[in-house]
Design a protein around this ligand. Structure first.
Ligand SMILES: [Ca+2]
Ligand SMILES: [Ca+2]
Length: 179
């Protein structure tokens, strides 16, 4: 009896495997079904209604937050990373204006620009080179010593300045919106 039960079980397993193999060898579009625009296994699932966590401000696909504690640029970036973020990058005037709106009054803040690798070649922490810029007149100028980090809201013009990375000011982090 046990032998027969074993044989039946074996037959069932083989039948199921054969059926599975048949489906894999003959996807729907080869049997007259619609041809998928993306492979079923790589199709992305879009999740609407992404929001920012409390204390973060939405702009485009990201969330931004001003941290008022005065720290040097490296600690600012590290603090952002500890919050699942990076120092903010800027790609347009609208975005620059948005970042300025997060700052109280004339407070300066670090964002994610630096020319620490090659002087004069400004990069974002994401690795992208600068496109849009809002430098103050005669900046960046390495004034009297290396100035390799980017601060915003400099002077009454609220423009950009290269400052020594060891200076201690607040900073703005950005991170992707969560689902
Ligand atoms: Ca520099
Ligand atoms: Ca400067």
């Amino acid at each position: 009896m046990a032998v027969i039960r074993g044989l039946v079980l074996l037959f069932l397993v083989f039948s199921l495997e054969y059926a599975a193999a048949k489906v894999m060898c003959n996807p729907p579009w080869t049997r007259g079904g619609p041809f998928p625009t993306t492979h079923p296994q790589t199709r992305k699932i879009t999740t609407p209604a992404k929001t920012c966590t409390f204390g973060w401000n939405r702009f485009g696909a990201k969330c931004y937050r001003f941290f008022p504690q005065a720290v040097n640029w490296a600690i600012a970036e590290k603090t952002c990373e500890n919050n699942g973020a990076t120092l903010a990058s800027v790609r347009s005037k609208v975005q620059n204006d948005f970042l300025l709106s997060l700052l109280p009054g004339s407070t300066q803040a670090w964002i994610g620009g630096h020319d620490g690798e090659v002087d004069g070649q400004w990069l974002w922490v994401t690795g992208y080179p600068f496109g849009y810029t809002n430098w103050c007149p005669k900046e960046p100028n390495n004034a009297g010593r290396p100035e390799n980090c980017l601060e915003i809201n400099w002077t009454q013009n609220r423009c950009w300045n290269d400052a020594p990375c060891s200076a201690t000011i607040g900073f703005i982090c950005s991170k992707r919106r969560r689902s």
